[in-house]
Design a protein around this ligand. Structure first.
Ligand SMILES: *Cc1c(COP(=O)(O)O)cnc(C)c1O
Length: 466
């Protein structure tokens, strides 16, 4: 079905790009191509396909970095040929990874940050998986030492990110997730105590609940577990999933006690590529001291003559993100992180003040820096039918390129839809104002063009970063 016969031409720098033979056909989709394509043409074709992606900067769903300094890009390019696992060949990269672990241990008040243990991972998901495994191993060892059965492990948590459902399924652990109910979107000490027993391997509070952005009350949970231990002897560990809060609270809520200052917190995980400001994908997990990471989980690999202790799921991994993370630490320091995140919180407040004025919207989270990440989440006021849903709003905003997901809560409130904006460093005040103008326009649009059939959740946002 060639429209015009053209002799296939070898790649030539003088060719007009779009007259190139390789661009006179669609790109292969299901069959492996036979021959070559000049790099400029292949680049252009792939580049152009990517135009159909959303614009990452307008993606207000993601917690992840969508802007990086030129220096970060330069370091990423410098590291493109380095494999993080080759500690022997790239000892300096390995050293930077180690430094990051100890610097995080210091940031999170580990008792002895020089000697504690931790690792990077591809993201929080791998980090959570490793922390969960360590908790299961510790629990099993304690049970075996007491001659008790080890066949019914469980974990207790509030509304968690999907990684903990994965962890529970992959490692055969029963997950006891506190269901949400009206106005009750986090795990309280009472919720927790109802679910904890001798088979609980770990309780996992989230610092920055995915649905609402709020911090679960780690100190109150720890105090309740201290009390439980005093009453019953039951000693249950905490792991804090601080995927986003781990890089926010230390700078913007320094007096909030959620970290290794609480002796019951045995491990903490975070995503470097969220508020850690590193490019995708790097996560971190740190144990409060070496005793909390069972030695039989660590592989001592002899690799090209070196001894390499590893506790990771992956083997080969890109090194650039680790190097960029170290750059961020030395470049920004505590004041740099604080200033950047403070600006995000300030922009978040502008948004949180404005949204309820644009329609019958009630805030579910306002992004208060003492108790939440810089995220605003809202719902349609109970009992009000404005003639559109938040799924319709999400769909309408998409026409201007904004991706502002709407999604249902879970548990008893799964009938309630919320909409959420994550305010990252690159969601500037100016962008917030532009978004608000488009939001107002969307609401006005529905009064001029009433919605007859609302969008389904699937149609409006596709997926919702839960
Ligand atoms: C994002 C997130 C995760 C998963 O982190 P990745 O870095 O995307 O793997 C886990 N838990 C929470 C609370 C999160 O916000």
């Amino acid at each position: 079905m060639a429209l015009h016969d053209r002799a296939p031409r070898p790649g030539d720098a003088n060719d007009s790009l779009f007259a190139e033979a390789g661009l006179a056909r669609t790109l292969p989709k299901y069959a492996f191509p036979e021959g070559t394509m000049p790099p400029a043409a292949a680049y252009q074709a792939v580049h152009d396909e990517l135009m159909l992606d959303g614009n990452a900067r307008q993606n207000l769903a993601t917690f992840c970095q969508t802007w990086e300094e030129p220096e970060v890009k330069a370091l990423m390019a410098l590291c493109i040929d380095k494999n993080l696992i080759d500690k022997d060949e790239y000892p300096m990269t390995a050293e930077l990874e180690r430094r990051c672990v100890h610097m995080l241990a210091d940031l999170w008040h580990a008792p002895a940050s020089q000697t504690t243990i931790g690792t990077s991972g591809i993201g929080s998901s791998e980090a959570c998986m490793l922390a969960g495994m360590a908790a299961k191993w510790r629990w099993r060892a304690r049970r075996q030492a007491g001659g008790k059965p080890t066949d019914r492990p469980n974990m207790v948590c509030g509304p968690v990110q999907v990684v903990w459902h994965k962890f529970a399924r992959y490692w055969d652990v029963e997950i006891r997730e506190v269901p949400m109910s009206e106005g009750h979107y986090e795990m309280t000490p009472e919720d927790m105590l109802e679910r904890v027993d001798e088979n609980t391997i770990v309780v996992v509070p989230t610092l920055g609940v995915t649905y609402t952005g709020s911090y679960e009350p780690v100190a109150a949970l720890a105090a309740a577990l201290d009390d439980l231990q005093a009453r019953t002897g039951l000693d249950v560990d905490l792991h804090v999933d601080a995927a986003s809060g781990g890089f926010l609270a230390p700078f913007c809520a320094p007096d909030l006690v959620w970290d290794f200052r609480l002796p019951r917190v045995k491990s903490i995980s975070t995503s470097g590529h969220k508020f850690g400001l590193a490019p995708l994908g790097v996560g971190w997990v740190v144990w409060r001291d070496v005793a909390e990471l069972p030695d039989d989980l660590i592989f001592h690999v002899s690799y090209l003559g070196g001894d390499m202790p590893v506790f990771q799921v992956n083997f080969s991994r890109p090194a650039g993100q680790i190097v960029a993370q170290y750059y961020d630490f030395v470049r920004l320091g505590r004041t740099g992180y604080r200033d950047l995140h403070q600006a995000a919180y300030d922009n978040c407040t502008v948004l949180a003040d404005a949204i309820p004025r644009l329609g019958p919207f009630d805030l579910v989270c306002a992004g208060d820096q003492q108790s939440a990440i810089p995220a605003v989440a809202w719902r349609i006021r109970e009992g009000v039918d404005p003639g559109f849903t938040l799924y319709d709003v999400a769909d309408r905003l998409r026409t201007k390129g904004w991706q502002v997901p709407a999604y249902p809560l879970t548990g008893a409130v799964s009938g309630i839809a919320v909409q959420r904006v994550l305010v990252r460093q690159d969601v500037s005040r100016d962008l917030v104002e532009l978004l608000l103008a488009d939001f107002e326009e969307a609401v006005g649009h529905f009064s001029r063009h009433p919605v007859t059939v609302s969008m389904t959740p699937e149609e409006s946002s596709g997926f919702s970063h839960l």
